[in-house]
Design a binder for this molecule. Sequence first.
Ligand SMILES: Nc1ncnc2c1ncn2[C@@H]1O[C@H](COP(=O)(O)O[C@H]2[C@@H](O)[C@H](n3cnc4c(N)ncnc43)O[C@@H]2COP(=O)(O)O)[C@@H](O)[C@H]1O
Ligand SMILES: [Mn+2]
Length: 655
Amino acid sequence: MKKNNYFPSQTTLISIVLVATLLELLLVFFVNLNIANFLAIIFTNAILLAIVLYAKYKFKIDQQELIDLSNKSAEESLQYTLEALPIAIIKYNPTSYQPEWYNPYSSLIFEGDQELNPDLLMKLVMDFGKHGRPYKINEKSYSVSCDLTRNIIYLQDSTEEVNSKMDLLERRPIIAIIAIDNYDDVTDSFSDGDKSSINSFIAKFLDKYAKNRSVYLRRLAADRYIIFANYAVLSELMTEKFSPLLDEFRERAAEKKIPLTLSIGVSYGIVDYMTIGKTAMNNLELALIRGGDQVVVKENEDNARAVYFGGNSESRIEKSRTRVRAIASLLNNIISESNQVFIMGHKFPDMDALGASVVMRNFAAGLNKEAFIVYNPEQLQEDTKRAIAMLNDVEGLYPHVLRLNSAKKLKTDNALLIMVDHSKISQTMDKEFFERFDKVVVVDHHRRDDDFPENPLLSYIESGASSATEMVVEILRFQNKSGVKMSSIEASVALAGISVDTKSFTKATTENTFESASFLRNQGADNDLVQKFLATDFETFKQVNEVVLAAEIIDGGIAIALGLPGQAYPKVILAKAADRLLTLQGVKASFTLAVNETNDVIVSARSNGKYNVQTIMEALGGGGHFDSAATQITGKSVNEIKEELIQTIRERESK
Ligand SMILES: Nc1ncnc2c1ncn2[C@@H]1O[C@H](COP(=O)(O)O[C@H]2[C@@H](O)[C@H](n3cnc4c(N)ncnc43)O[C@@H]2COP(=O)(O)O)[C@@H](O)[C@H]1O
Ligand SMILES: [Mn+2]
């Protein structure tokens, strides 16, 4: 407190009195100075001086009291502020993070499960500045700031702010578009009466569901519905993994002996209904392409990732012949408008990729277009190596089976690239070559994933097809102009492609698979040649057995086998070993792991059709089909991946 100094000092006062006394004495001396006057003056002035000095002393004491009082009151206010201020102030030890002092409000915050301890203080200090997110303590949210020089942490209650922000997020609008899978195929042959009973079953089921969840549902067509709701509802549905909706609908339809399922595309965002609706439509497309009976949710944001739910049954969507005819005709136009056609499979192409390429080249040749099968001599399996050698012997074919380097030199503007047996850019045989094309077509039998080419002119994805070769043969069968006859070797390569992917026609076959095989037989496919391409050499046989013998069975029917430590394996060895393990009694899924020539960890996964290995491989960065999938991982060891794999399997089991 500032001191008040207007009272003169003691010395000044005494001096003033002395001077005054002298002046008085001088005055009296000229008038009448005697002893009585002299004493009277001295006495009076001494008394006056004493009074003034006393007054000064008193004044000083009052001043001090005032200062003390003010100080006390200031201290009390500060104390009150510290106690009542809704900010926690915690001083900590900079080495041990032990709390050294904190205000009473801090104790209030930590009245609950979460206690004030050094670990928490250290975390608050370490996280400070990394992100601006509020910190949750005992159900409330606090914004944190730290004075790192004085070792003080401040926590300010921001629960209301966080809640209102959450409220806003929860209220984001969502649009969901529902398609009834297989509706046309199922109802095609039905009488009007039966059709209307199915329509009423669908409408009643969805209506009841919508009422229970308080969402707005509207029918767009017999097999299309639209839902409007908010994110709070979507978040509930996602927590349930959409299971009550997808599973119950499938089961109720099955009770009625109709193979109907639901595919749903959902999107949400900060109001822009046009683009939310469009993204929902794209997501529905994705759900259908991935095989239906599933939900695809993606926020209406540029870099948002799609989240998939369901798809736990094998592909259910039947493809219609009308669609294949439309695709054949579109492909016909695209090829006709291009100068050249290059056909390329995935990295280390297998017989299916090669077979599909061979048939596609025939399709283009039927349109009198120059078309080339591209291969990389450094990426050949034993079977494809044998097949390419034989294809090169076919009369007139040699110039059309091109090494990657020659293809790069030959490519001109307005050339078309057809990707077969894969749709992930990361899996394409040569990314640099792929990037040179403005015009791309994709033909694949794997479920579509995120890493998909941007704006392909045509994407023909049929996850229900046994193989890419089967799909291309089907297109070829629709090509009216095709008077072209394949050579026996070409037809045999194609048949070998279907044979590999169907495990010799024992898996994933449909009526169409056999129709395609029969077409190839008519074109001259020869079983002996197929055997010749697919024959296993002794070295491969030994390595496959090596992996199979290393297997252990965990969790009642899951076989996991690792290649020998320090030894590299081509992926086909792991694929064959995983196939073989699946034939063992009681094995429902098999996983084989090893490093390849480039020291990446590769995994092959197979299942008996009742266990989804695709989602497990997706969790490890790969993909594939429900019962046959794989992944490749860089920068980790086989044992680390084995641990991650087991953890993923167990997490899935516990859901
Ligand atoms: N990273 C990935 N992302 C998405 N999908 C992927 C990824 N990596 C692989 N896949 C797909 O997963 C399945 C299974 O792959 P796989 O490597 O375990 O098996 C393929 C071939 O290696 C295997 N194969 C090839 N030749 C033979 C043969 N002669 N005998 C036995 N097995 C053989 O068969 C699988 C071919 O599958 P296809 O590609 O579907 O035609 C697979 O779908 C990958 O594409
Ligand atoms: Mn294939």
